[in-house]
Ligand binder design. Sequence first.
Ligand SMILES: Cc1ncc(COP(=O)(O)O)c(C=O)c1O
Length: 496
Amino acid sequence: MSVVAEMPQNTTTPKLQQHDYPTLFEIGSKGLSAVSLSKSDVPAVDRKAAVPAELLADTTPALPEVGELDLVRHYKRLAHRCFSIDENFYPLGSCTMKYNPRINERAAAMGGFANAHPYQDDADAQGVLELLYRLRCDLAEIAGLPEVTLQPAAGAHGEMTGLMIINAYHRARGENRQTVLTPDSAHGTNPATCTVCGRASVSVKSLPNGRMDLDDLRAKTDNDTVALMITNPNTVGVFDETIADVAEILHAKGAQLYLDGANMNAILGITRPGDFGVDVMHYNTHKTFSTPHGCGGPGAGPVGVAEHLRPFLPVPQVVKKGDGTFAWCSDRPDTIGKVRSFMGQIGVLVRAYTYIRGLGSDGLRDVADKSVLAANYLAAKLKDRYPMPFPAPYAHEFITVPDFAGADEHDIAKRLIDHGIHPPTMSWPIHHCLMIEPTETESLRTLDRFVEVMLSIADEIESNPEVVRGAPHTTPVGRLDEVTASRKPNVRWRPE
Ligand SMILES: Cc1ncc(COP(=O)(O)O)c(C=O)c1O
């Protein structure tokens, strides 16, 4: 491969503005290439004779032709435009954007894990199988539930798997229950899961303190109730201490308690869902146990179940045999079947295992303690300028509903970008809110800087609201019409 600059024959120097770099088409020039291959000694094939006519395009695609260095710079420049946890504080509530230890990446890239073939014989894949087996045992221990499947590929997929298991359980008892209860603060994936699984979701009210309204729960739980899907700590950032009562109300009617474990970060090593009455739960390993997961992936959503639901778990399950070796086992007659191709999201699972083992049980407890401490520290520092609708103490995140005359939550979120801080989650789970989750991995210095920036924005709204309303001012693209941008995204470059 040549690394010597090739001079374009007919390019005109594009005019650069600070953020306005040209596309590859614009910097390219006919005949340039980022690779120089040696001459082929394979005889040329007559394309037309070799490929059926209907599969042949009339013209070759108009791909940009560009030299190696320009290509590298182009992608490097694009990469610098990304907002990432490696570069910026990312207090995106509910998403647990924590630092991803590099050791996890190293483990996931090891040949035995990264190059394992899904059809490899068990005997040739003992390392991967042992890791998966150990991970499922660790997750079971952390949840206080006897068995875990690692198959689901994300939190929402875990929810679907969990609800399928619960449906199978009711069916096995000759029942055809149809209603799933979800709190009014539920994550959108919970009611969506109900629909995907052919069940109706019914909303249960929350109290002003963010806990579940037990009277409303009692009134809505009956012999048609499949389950309650609850997140705890919940999406308004509070741990509902009435959870054991919630479990009792459901169990008295034969219904199941499903825990959306996306917020497990706050309770690791402090309490275990199985101990407070949960029958099924999913983890978001890509939040609680790290994994770079911005922009929708990748993830893994293992599901843990109580003893009476074990027969319905997906197959195959990784098991340890009597001789100490590991294998895939499909011997589970009442299983709901397979919910994902091959063995699950191996790379994410290796990261989760590395994270869990790297920290150990004391370290996991420390994660929860520090994530809660960080959230409550920020809330205490901000509460005089940023009203909080739910009373402290909070779990690992908290909600503020800013109340300024000159700018709203949207403007504040955009102004944070100018300070190199990712916007918090906005307008969910309640209108006009910002949901802030610092995670345990941020230093006191970063937390203090965030407070300083938030307070400076509060001052700015009072003195110079136009600046806040016009933010961001430092990004390649300024304030967008977000409805148009998300409904009619224009992401394709076309020649003029
Ligand atoms: C509370 C809660 N439940 C479920 C999910 C869904 O998880 P996933 O995005 O992995 O499908 C999320 C994701 O943010 C969440 O915050």
